[in-house]
Design a protein around this ligand. Structure first.
Ligand SMILES: Nc1ncnc2c1ncn2[C@@H]1O[C@H](COP(=O)(O)OP(=O)(O)OP(=O)(O)O)[C@@H](O)[C@H]1O
Ligand SMILES: [Mg+2]
Length: 399
């Protein structure tokens, strides 16, 4: 019997993470994908063999982040490098030229962009399942000011907005931000904690200044600060040793950023799945002033995800299980979980189909109730009832 050596696996996992990071930072996407896939595999093994519950949860969180990174890379976005390769099909959107046209003349251009991409992603709000309230807020607070600046300025004092999106993992915070940039066809920067947390003290604040400087070159732009809790942990917390200076610089840059000349519309979005861990200075007054909860998908959103998963081949739904049943069973799971579960079901049906073909029976297998049951039996929901309670307490101002 092979014994699972946790420590060795953990070291291999950490090494794979480092290799992923340095490959991506150097712009070697394929190499980065290779190490990322091995880091994800090792992380899954650590989860399966971990008996210490908090540690297990930490690895689950990390695995989720690795999956998000992998999906970003598939879309041509490399969060580790300032330079982003064009997502598939982006050239047809004309995003780059439109963003270019939005450059603020008075600021001049100058210097290479480190954090911003002028190429809009192809994702739009139509790709986002559910989240009607989120979309409504985005249309009101983000799209309307950009599309009708004069009308907006008659009603509102400063152009642009600062939105904090919070909610459980895998429900679409990063995805919505990407969709907003796709809708606006404007220059955008996605800033992850790893972009700013540098081992050299002082580098983080410099990078923050650089981000805001770059943003000033555009009349329309979106800055998305992901994993806000890692960047801006409460100044009282132990986690804040490396982030205190970054937070102070961020707050300084933020004040005044929206009081620019008229016509400039700048959107700052922050996302976190631990809003209670944020420094309160961030959620006060004119900082992140609009808070939007991005929660679990409702029945309509789950139906959207099921239809999307089977859109390429509707006959896969011709077995003993229909859309309605899946929508029911998947209640309480995040969008990311749902996509994974449906993917695993399709994999099972595909395996059966391959066996049929090997036996010379050329029939294509649909997904079945049994596939669903088997997948669900071994699938761990990444959103717990306790974490949902915490979000409620945050909403009610109790934490
Ligand atoms: N509302 C949604 N509609 C369609 N797909 C979604 C939605 N939410 C999530 N997904 C899918 O799940 C993936 C992961 O979601 P995303 O990274 O946006 O979650 P998140 O809320 O930012 O999680 P985290 O808190 O861990 O950062 C997305 O890339 C997308 O493919
Ligand atoms: Mg995210």
């Amino acid at each position: 019997m092979t014994v699972f050596n946790f420590d060795i696996k953990r070291k291999s996992y950490e090494a794979a993470l480092k290799m992923t990071q340095s490959a991506l930072a150097a712009g070697n996407i394929e190499e980065g994908k290779y190490y990322l896939s091995s880091a994800s595999g090792l992380c899954a093994q650590l989860i399966a063999n971990c008996v210490v519950e908090p540690m297990k949860r930490r690895y689950e969180g990390e695995l989720h982040k690795l999956q998000s990174l992998s999906s970003s890379l598939e879309k041509g976005v490399n969060p580790f490098s300032g330079e982003r390769s064009a997502p598939k099909g982006v050239a047809e959107t004309g995003g780059a030229s439109r963003a270019g046209a939005g450059r603020a003349e008075a600021q001049g251009g100058g210097g290479e962009l480190q954090f911003f991409s002028e190429k809009a992603p192809t994702t739009t709000l139509n790709d986002v399942a559910g989240l009607a309230e989120v979309k409504k807020q985005i249309r009101l607070r983000v799209l309307a000011p950009l599309q009708n600046p004069e009308l907006y300025s008659k009603y509102m004092d400063d152009a642009g907005c600062r939105i904090l999106m919070y909610g459980p993992p895998g429900c679409g915070k990063s995805f919505v931000a990407e969709a907003i940039a796709g809708e606006l066809k404007c220059a955008y920067a996605i800033i992850n904690a790893s972009d700013l947390l540098d081992k050299y003290v002082g580098e983080g604040p410099k990078k923050v200044v650089q981000i805001f400087k770059e943003a000033e070159r555009f009349e329309k732009c979106l800055i998305f600060f992901d994993e806000l809790d890692s960047l801006f942990a409460s100044r009282e917390s132990d986690d804040s040793r490396h982030t205190k200076d970054i937070l102070t610089t961020f707050l300084t840059c933020l004040s005044g950023f929206h009081e620019e000349k008229s016509g400039c519309v700048r959107v700052i979005i922050g996302a976190t799945n631990r809003p209670w861990a944020l420094d309160t200075a961030l959620i006060r007054g004119k900082r992140f002033d609009t808070h939007i909860y991005v929660g679990l998908p409702d029945a309509e959103a789950r139906a959207f995800l099921v239809r999307k998963a089977f859109s390429k081949n509707a006959s896969l739904l011709g077995g003993d299980i229909g859309e309605e049943r899946m929508v029911d069973v998947l209640d309480g799971y995040s969008c990311a979980d749902i996509s994974t579960i449906l993917g695993k079901m399709k994999e099972k049906a595909f395996e059966r189909t391959l066996e049929n073909f090997e036996r010379g029976v050329g029939s294509e297998e649909p997904v079945t109730e049994r596939d669903l049951e088997e997948v669900m039996a071994s699938y761990r929901n990444s959103v717990t009832a306790e974490s949902l309670e915490l979000f409620k307490s945050f909403e009610n101002g109790e934490i």
